[in-house]
Design a binder for this molecule. Structure first.
Ligand code: UT7
Length: 355
C-alpha cells in the first residue's frame, strides 16, 4: 500500500526555555513522531454527482469538501491503515516496534466488534511488548485517546505510547444517501508519545461528553440493543444516521467554546497560538472556531478539502501533513466535536523542529 510521504524529522528534545514558565520537574508526554496513511483511491465530488442527487457546488459551499480517499480491496480494514501509519512513525523516529509499551486506537469503525483494533495493529506492526485497547468517542476519539495515552506517560510507568486515530468510514456509509455519503473519507494518523521534562508536550486538556446527543448521530443496528439481522440489513440500519442541522449547531457552539476555554484557562492569547488543529467535519464549523479564538485562517490546519471527514483520522493527519512546518515551542490547540456527543480541546507545546 502507498500513501503520502514527508521528510524525516530531526528531533532534539533540548528545550530552549523562552516560553511561559512551567514546572520543568514534571514529566509531560511529548509527541516525538507522527505517521499517516491515506488510501490511494480518490472519490471526487464529480463521481458523487453520478451516484446521488448532489452537486460539487452544494458539497463545497456546505462542507468545504472536494474529494476524499476510500480504502478499496477485499479484506482490508481500519487496522491496515493504522498499521501503515504506525510503521511510518517507527521508521521516522528510528525505533523498533518492540520498544512500544502501549498502543491505543481511536476508531468508530473497528475491524471487528472484538478484539480491539489496537491489538490487531500491534500484531501487524510487530509491537509484541505493547498492551492496548480501542477508544470509542467518534470524531473526538483521537483527543480522548491522546489524553489517555499522555496520562500513562506522565505516570512514569510507560516510555513509548503510540496513539492511533483510524477510520474506514466508507464501511458504514450508505452511498445512496446524499446527506452523509458526501462527507466522510478513510484514513489514519498516529503519534508517538514519550516523556519529557522540558515543559513541552501535552500541557492541558478539556474533555466533555453528553450522551443525550446520541439521537442525532448514531448507527442504529449491529450493537447489543439491535443485533444484526436480515431485517436490520434490509432497513439499512448498519449505516451512519445523522440529523445534520442539530449536530451542526451543537458542534459550532461547543467546539468554539471549548477551544476558547482552554486558552482562557491557560492565559493564552490569540498571538500565542501558532496553530489551531481542528477536527474536520465542516469548514463552516472550523471557521467559527477560529473566529471565536481570534486566530487567523493562516494558522488553521485544513485537510477537509482533500480528505473529507476521516473521523478519528482528521487531527493526526493534519499533524502529519503540517509536521514540517512545526517548530519547537509552538503552541497548538487541538479541538474536536463528534457523535456521543463528545467534544474537547487539548493544548500542546510542540517538542521538536522537523527540519
Ligand atoms: O464529525 C462529527 C460531527 N458531525 C458534524 O459536525 C456535522 C455537522 N453537520 C453538518 O456539517 C451539516 O449539517 C451538513 C453538511 C451535514 C448538512 O448541511 P446543512 O447546511 O445543515 O444542510 P441540511 O441538512 O439542512 O439540508 C439542506 C438541504 C436539504 O434540502 P431541502 O430540505 O432544503 O430541500 C437537503 O435535502 O440540502 C439538501 N441536501 C443536499 N443537497 C445536495 C442534503 N445533502 C445534500 C447533498 N447535495 N449532498
Amino acid at each position: 500500500m502507498q500513501g503520502l510521504t514527508i521528510a524525516k524529522p530531526n528531533i532534539s528534545l533540548t528545550f530552549v526555555a523562552h516560553f511561559r514558565e512551567r514546572d520543568m520537574s514534571k514529566i509531560t508526554a511529548a509527541i516525538t513522531a507522527v505517521g499517516g496513511y491515506v488510501p490511494e483511491y480518490v472519490l471526487t465530488n464529480a463521481e458523487l454527482e453520478k451516484m446521488v442527487d448532489t452537486t460539487d457546488e452544494w458539497i463545497m459551499t456546505r462542507t468545504g469538501i472536494k474529494e476524499r480517499r476510500i480504502l478499496k480491496g477485499e479484506g482490508l480494514g481500519t487496522s491496515d491503515m493504522g498499521t501503515e501509519a504506525v510503521k511510518q512513525l517507527c521508521k521516522k523516529r528510528g525505533i523498533d516496534p518492540l520498544e512500544i509499551d502501549m498502543l491505543i486506537c481511536a476508531t468508530t469503525t473497528p475491524d471487528f466488534q472484538f478484539p480491539a483494533t489496537a491489538n490487531i495493529i500491534s500484531d501487524k506492526v510487530g509491537a509484541k511488548n505493547a498492551f492496548g485497547y480501542d477508544i470509542s468517542a467518534a470524531c473526538s476519539g483521537f483527543l480522548y485517546a491522546l489524553v489517555t495515552g499522555s496520562k500513562f506517560v506522565e505516570s512514569g510507568q510507560y516510555k513509548k505510547v503510540v496513539v492511533v486515530g483510524a477510520d474506514k468510514m466508507s464501511s458504514i456509509v450508505d452511498y445512496t444517501d446524499r446527506a452523509t455519503c458526501v462527507i466522510f473519507g478513510d484514513g489514519a494518523g498516529a503519534v508517538l508519545l514519550e516523556p519529557s521534562s522540558e515543559g513541552v508536550g501535552i500541557l492541558d486538556s478539556i474533555l466533555r461528553s453528553d450522551g443525550s446527543g446520541r439521537v442525532y448521530l448514531h448507527q442504529k443496528a449491529g450493537g447489543s440493543v439491535k443485533p444484526a439481522s436480515h431485517k436490520t440489513v434490509d432497513a439499512k440500519e448498519h449505516y451512519i444516521f445523522q440529523d445534520g442541522q442539530p449536530v451542526f449547531k451543537f458542534a459550532v457552539t461547543n467546539m468554539a467554546d471549548v477551544s476558547a476555554e482552554i486558552m482562557e484557562k491557560n492565559g493564552l492569547k490569540a498571538d500565542d497560538v501558532a496553530w489551531l488543529v481542528p477536527h474536520q467535519a465542516n469548514k463552516r464549523i472550523i471557521d467559527a472556531t477560529a473566529r471565536r479564538m481570534g486566530v487567523g485562517n493562516e494558522k488553521v490546519m485544513l485537510n477537509i478539502e482533500k480528505f473529507g471527514n476521516t473521523t478519528s483520522g482528521t487531527i493526526p493527519l493534519c499533524l502529519w501533513e503540517w509536521e514540517n512546518q512545526l517548530k519547537k515551542g509552538d503552541n497548538l490547540i487541538l479541538a474536536a466535536f463528534g457523535g456521543g456527543f463528545t467534544w474537547g480541546s487539548v493544548w500542546i507545546k510542540w517538542a521538536y523542529d522537523s527540519k
